[in-house]
Design a binder for this molecule. Structure first.
Ligand SMILES: Nc1ncnc2c1ncn2[C@@H]1O[C@H](COP(=O)(O)OP(=O)(O)OP(=O)(O)O)[C@@H](O)[C@H]1O
Ligand SMILES: [Mg+2]
Length: 137
């Protein structure tokens, strides 16, 4: 377990970018932490680090964004607005989680029973206006 203290959005993005370096096909990253804690900022860095030039926003209403054109495809989920288990089942998550891309899920703890055992969990915490603690569990 390692905790990184980020002092700006750009630093959180840099943490994501750094993380992208040692990520391989089939990786699953489960993100948790309150609203505005920096999950999407981290994903922005991750996507840039994998060599995809795309705008990254929380897929809150669409549930899934896909970013292609980099070293690996990225499947960016947001479980925040999913209401029940049936709506999670309908996503057909295994096609993503057991494919060759990288899956990253915001609010993964809302339906943790759907997250594979091998997923890397990352916790985001708000420490002050511009400080975030990022813990790799
Ligand atoms: N050190 C920091 N790291 C990341 N974001 C920061 C930091 N300091 C301030 N912020 C601000 O906090 C917000 C983080 O937003 P972000 O969309 O990444 O959060 P989120 O965890 O994805 O939220 P949500 O659960 O709503 O999707 C941004 O407005 C950003 O500018
Ligand atoms: Mg977000």
């Amino acid at each position: 377990m390692a905790t990184f203290i980020s002092k700006s959005p750009a630093e959180t993005e840099a943490v994501g970018q750094q993380f992208a370096e040692d990520i391989g096909p089939g990786s699953t990253l489960a993100l948790k932490g309150e609203l505005g804690s920096g999950k999407t900022m981290f994903v922005k860095g991750l996507v840039a680090g994998l060599g995809t030039r795309c705008d990254v926003t929380s897929p809150t209403f669409t549930i899934l964004h896909e970013y292609r054109g980099g070293r690996l495809p990225i499947y960016h989920f947001d479980f925040f607005r999913l209401e029940n288990r049936e709506s999670v089942v309908r996503l057909g998550l295994d096609d993503y989680f057991f494919g060759d891309g990288v899956s990253v899920i915001e609010w993964a703890d809302r339906f943790r029973e759907f997250i594979p055992q091998r997923a890397r969990w990352i916790l985001f915490e708000i420490k002050s206006e511009n400080q975030r603690a990022i813990t790799f569990e």
